[in-house]
Design a protein around this ligand. Sequence first.
Ligand SMILES: [Zn+2]
Ligand SMILES: [Zn+2]
Length: 399
Amino acid sequence: MNIRDEILSAHGEMIEWRHELHKNPQTAFEETFAANFIQEKLTEFGIPFKTGYGKTGIVAKIEGKTNTSGKSVAFRADTDALDINEESGKTWRSKTDGKMHGCGHDGHMTMLLGAARHLQNNPEFDGTLNLIFQPAEETLQGARAMIKDGLFKDFPSDEIYGMHNWPWVNRGKFATCNGTLMASVSNIEVTIIGKAGHSGMINHANDPVIIGAEILTSMQTLISQRTNPFDPAVIYFPIFETDVQDTGIVPEKAVLKGIIRALNAGLRAELEQRARDLCNNIAAAHGATASVEIHQDGDEVYNSKAPTKKACSVATSIVGEGQVDDQYMPTMSGEDFGSYVCEVPGNFIFIGQGEPGDPNNSSSFSLHSPYYDFNDEIIPIGVEYWVRLAETTMPLAQK
Ligand SMILES: [Zn+2]
Ligand SMILES: [Zn+2]
C-alpha cells in the first residue's frame, strides 16, 4: 500500500470525525449536523465554501499551486443517512433510534474532508478543485437539487469523480468499469379503479385486486419475453395496497408500487412505455381503468473512458497491480451520481471495504443492513485516492 505518512498519521483523528458523524445521522435534506460539521472543518482548514445548494449541500473550492490549465475538477461525497434502526452494537452507534448511517456516507464525508485538508496545505496541482458535499443521495434527489441550484454554473467542472465504499469488494481493492456501472431507477405507481361491492356477490362488482395480480405477473414478461437477455433490466413491485380490511368487501381501488431498473437509457424508455400499455390494456380488458405514474428518479451512472482510465491508474498506484478491477460487473442498484455525469464526464469507483474471510464483520455486511458499519481501516486509502486524483487529473507542469 502506497500512502503518504502525513495521511497515515491523521488516521486516528479522521476515525474520530467518522464516529462523530456516525452518531448523528439525518435523512434527505435534513442533514444539518453533517452540514455544520463540514462547514466547521472547512473553516478550520481555511477552505472557502458556499452553502444553499439542495438545502443542506455545500461546495468548497481549493485553488491549485498554479492554474495555467484553467481546468477544474469536482469530487463528490454524500451526506445523508437511512431510516434504519442500527444493530451494529458499536460504541459509536446512532444516537437517534430509527436513523442510521447504513450506507457509509459518514465515511465518504470523512475521506473527502481528510483529502481537502491535505490538498489545501499541499495544493500540488494545476487548476481548481471543487468539493461537493451532497444531501439526499438515498432518495436520488440531492444531485439534481444541487444542479438546479446552480452547482455547475457557480462551479464549472470539466470532470467529476465519485467513490462509494463496497462491502462486496475486499479492503485493499478498488472496482469500476467503463460505460454504465449502475442502473437508472424509475418508480412506477399503478392505480386500478374497478367497482366496489360485496364479496358474496362479486359478479356485481369489478375486483381491482385480481386485475392488479394479472398486471403484476404480466409485468415480468416484459423482461422474460420482450427484453434482450444481454440488456439487463429489473421490474419489481414490493407494494400492493387496497384500503379494505374485511374479506366481505370488494375494494374500488388497488394500488401497485414498483420500480424499473435498467442499464441502458433506450431500454428504460421502452420498458416504461410497455409498462403503461400493459396496465391500460389489462385493465381495459376487464372493464376497469388504470392510471400509471412514472417518475424517473435516477439516471444510470455512466463512466466515461478517459476519467475511468485516470481513476484506475490512480487506484492501482496506491493498492498495487491486480488489486483494481477495471471491468467490474455493473450493478442494478441506483446512485444519483448519474445525474452529474449527464452534465459532465466522470467516473464512479467502488472502494473495497469487506473484511477478507470474515463475512460476519460489520464491514462485510451489505449496505443498508442494520448490522453494517463503514470500515475505518480504508479511510487513508480513500484520502490518498482523492489526493492523487487531484494531482493526476490536474498535473503541475514539469520543471
Ligand atoms: Zn445507500
Ligand atoms: Zn450510499
